[in-house]
Write a protein that binds this ligand. Structure first.
Ligand code: PLP
Length: 380
């Protein structure tokens, strides 16, 4: 049976060119990039090339790139840094953020900060005027993601950053899902902090970056030997960083064509979904990532649909967190005002440039078969 991986927002595979770039640094493990002998220099110069490649992808100076262990660490550094800089104040967050933003933000509530949720509309998009009205001289940070991992909806980050800059409030954006899928220009956005992750864009897991505007000195989260100019201590994972750089370079060169291809697949899937009775596409009216469809079929809970699709060779994902085996509706959909029953049926399909129209057509057929089967059972 042909197997289709359609869960690229959870994690992409390593592309061949990325693996090839990493191989010499996986083979050659002796040496530490901080050592001044040739083995150290071998890793160091590869890492600096990668820093430039990541910087080029988001239009920053390479000195602004701090390599981390991934998007989660980058987000944590944003909030831990805030705690070092201020003793109290207000933090404005978008309620549809990934837990890697929400949890470190909420942690600061036990350290004198107040976390306020920005209002979002039924498409999951932050209401700019309401956000503006919430900004004041006690606001220490605004954190709004560029693209949502579940719905793919894009946020008005550039507009919000302009407002933040008027108040001199640093704005952070979690760009983990956007980078590599749509053009992202740090300077143009006007944000002060941005989080990235390699494994959402064809790079390896366990590596990411925090981009910091040069007007800010942002305190380190991980202290130790002072690597990366004291911004993040710890011996760097050279092979992973090289892979991140190669993925960034590949994304920069192929972004336009890959976005076009993904959009074609997404639109084809959405057209098929709309032909099914009782299908809901979430955030359909919002400007969205070209690769993501988040939907529910009436009468199906996401687990049953995921399993039915898995049996037929399709790897997709649910939008709900399922920590204890008990399903809970996605906090993203709840913030959008979706009722719990519909939210518990949510399924996400996220494609990459490697997927084909044939796979999407087969998925659409499988979904139509499921809906048919379900209506037969209901009509018995
Ligand atoms: N932010 C967003 C929007 C994500 O989708 C994810 C991962 O799913 C993360 C942060 C966490 O990134 P990482 O897996 O690199 O820690």
């Amino acid at each position: 049976m042909a197997y289709s991986y359609l869960d690229h927002n959870a994690g992409t595979g390593l592309s061949e060119s990325v693996l090839e770039a990493m191989m010499p640094y996986l083979r050659q493990q002796q040496g530490n990039p901080s050592s001044s002998h040739r083995f150290g220099r071998f890793g160091k110069s590869a890492m600096e090339t990668a820093r430039q490649q990541v910087a080029d992808l988001v239009n920053v100076d390479p000195r602004q790139v701090i390599f981390t262990s991934g998007g989660t660490e980058s987000n944590n550094q944003v909030f831990s840094g805030l705690r070092e800089r201020f003793r109290d104040g207000e933090i404005l967050v978008n309620p549809t953020e990934h837990p890697a933003v929400l949890e470190p933000a909420y942690r600061l509530q036990t350290h004198g900060f107040t976390v306020l949720k920005l209002p979002v509309n039924d498409q999951g998009v932050v209401a700019v005027e309401a956000a503006q009205a919430m900004m004041n001289d006690r606001t220490r940070l605004v954190s709004v993601m560029l693209a949502n991992n579940e719905t793919g909806s894009l946020q008005p980050v550039e507009t919000l950053a302009a407002l933040c800059n008027q108040w001199q409030i640093p704005m952070h954006t979690d760009a983990v899902q956007a980078v590599g899928k749509i053009p992202v220009d740090f300077r143009q956005l006007g944000v002060k902090l941005m989080s990235l992750s390699a494994h959402k864009m064809g790079g390896p897991k366990g590596v990411g970056a925090l981009i910091v505007n040069r007007s800010l000195v942002w305190p380190a989260l991980i202290l130790g030997g002072g690597q990366q100019d004291d911004h993040r201590s710890g011996t760097e994972n050279v092979a992973a960083i090289v892979g991140f750089g190669a993925a960034a370079e590949h994304a920069r060169q192929t972004l336009e064509q890959s976005a076009r291809h993904c959009r074609q697949l997404r639109d084809a899937l959405e057209a098929s979904l709309k032909a099914l009775p009782g299908a809901t596409i979430f955030a359909e009216q919002a400007e969205r990532l070209p690769n993501t469809v988040f939907f529910a079929l009436q009468g199906y809970d996401s687990d049953s649909l995921l399993m039915a699709l898995d049996r037929q060779g399709f790897s997709v994902s649910s939008g709900s967190a399922c920590g204890t085996g008990r399903q809970t509706p996605s906090h993203v959909l709840k913030a959008m005002g979706v009722d719990d029953l519909t939210a518990l049926g949510a399924v996400r399909v996220s494609v990459s440039a490697d997927n084909t129209l044939d796979e999407i057509e087969r998925l659409a057929d499988a979904l139509a078969r499921e809906v048919n089967r379900f209506s037969h059972i209901m009509n018995r």
